[in-house]
Design a protein around this ligand. Structure first.
Ligand SMILES: [Zn+2]
Ligand SMILES: [Zn+2]
Length: 334
């Protein structure tokens, strides 16, 4: 099969992903083989490529995978051949530790990420345990469904963990793949969205999707924000968000890694008054089981820019430069 493979850590500008011919994977016990139709391109892949998180090498990246079941491993019974399924960032968890037992499998010590610890979807085929695959709602095309699997589902987790309630003001810092879905859920829940981003194109998209107000990261919104989500890779955003956060408000940091440290924080001015900062780590299967039907019900309208598999480096460079509108996805040949 054709696959875009990362062999060593490098700046994305060096185009480190190489097209290679790999043997088709064979599904083991309770696993399914999936013929990939489309795979989303996520900011986490930049962190892997550039070494802010360490993937197993060599690795086939990609954790927003939509495809069809091509064959079943022994004992796999949940899906039929030809079913359209998705694979997300959570590839496996132990199922036995106290995190797993309490529904926090995202924190499992043996958590494995798709396209990080095991090969993912920048390829024509991939395999996954049938317990970690999801039916894709009919309403979405293959490419449209890809950002729902990470940007959307983790965005939904961010939103839930922000504690936002109906009628409240939500601040979104950065307006990429995740935020452009989160704003649609927040509006559906009757919240107002205030969007902070340097990109004029992203502000325009936010306004089209119903933002109450848009501005730059240092701008003053017309009122204080009850809950905020920080999707940006820069440390300074944390201070900007705390500055406009209402007393008792919570800031959720949605990224796995920041490119630079969070600057020192003036406690009295920025954090006192019972403000909270919370990070989000990974995702659970329940997040996906809850979010995918909700995305169909709303319905979320994902904005997706398509690239060919061999254009993965280009898509990632554009993502790093903030030049993708909505989400990016790779279409497989055939
Ligand atoms: Zn992702
Ligand atoms: Zn566990």
């Amino acid at each position: 099969m054709k696959a875009m493979v990362l062999q060593e850590i490098s700046a994305i500008e060096n185009e480190p992903l190489r097209m290679m011919d790999l043997p088709n994977p064979v599904p083991g016990s309770k696993k399914i083989l999936i013929k990939v139709s489309a795979c989303g391109v996520c900011h986490t892949e930049l962190d892997e490529i550039e070494g802010r998180i360490q993937p197993k090498l060599p690795i086939v990246l990609g954790h927003e995978i939509v495809g069809r079941v091509e064959s079943l491993g022994s004992g796999a019974t949940r899906f039929n051949l030809g079913d359209r399924v998705g694979i997300a960032w959570i590839n496996s968890a132990c199922g036995k530790c106290h995190f797993c037992q309490e529904g926090n499998e995202n924190l499992c010590l043996e958590f494995k990420g798709t396209g990080c610890h095991v090969n993912g979807g920048y390829a024509e085929y991939t395999t996954v345990s049938e317990d970690f695959a999801y039916f894709i709602p009919e309403r979405f095309s293959d490419s449209e469904a890809t950002p729902l699997l990470c940007a959307g589902a983790i965005g939904y987790r961010d939103l839930r963990l922000s504690g936002i309630r109906k009628g409240q003001a939500l601040g979104l810092f950065g307006f990429g793949a995740s935020a452009h879905i989160v704003i649609q859920v927040a509006k559906y829940w009757g919240c107002e969205a205030f969007v902070f981003t340097r990109s004029e194109e992203h502000r325009n998209l936010a306004e089209r999707l119903g933002a109450t107000w848009t501005g730059g990261p240092e701008d003053e919104p017309p009122k204080k924000i009850d809950c905020a989500i920080d999707f940006t890779p820069v440390g300074e955003t944390v201070l900007n968000a705390l500055r406009v956060l209402e007393k008792g408000g919570r800031l959720v940091i949605a990224v796995i890694r920041k490119r630079n440290p969070i600057p020192s924080l003036d406690y009295a001015r920025l954090l006192w008054d019972e403000k909270e900062i919370k990070s989000v780590a990974n995702i659970t299967r329940k997040d996906l089981d809850d979010f995918l039907p909700l995305a169909s019900e709303i319905p979320i309208l994902p904005e997706v820019q398509e690239f060919k598999l061999e254009e993965a480096n280009k898509a990632l460079v554009l993502l790093k430069q903030g030049k993708i509108q909505g989400a990016a996805a790779l279409r497989m040949p055939g």
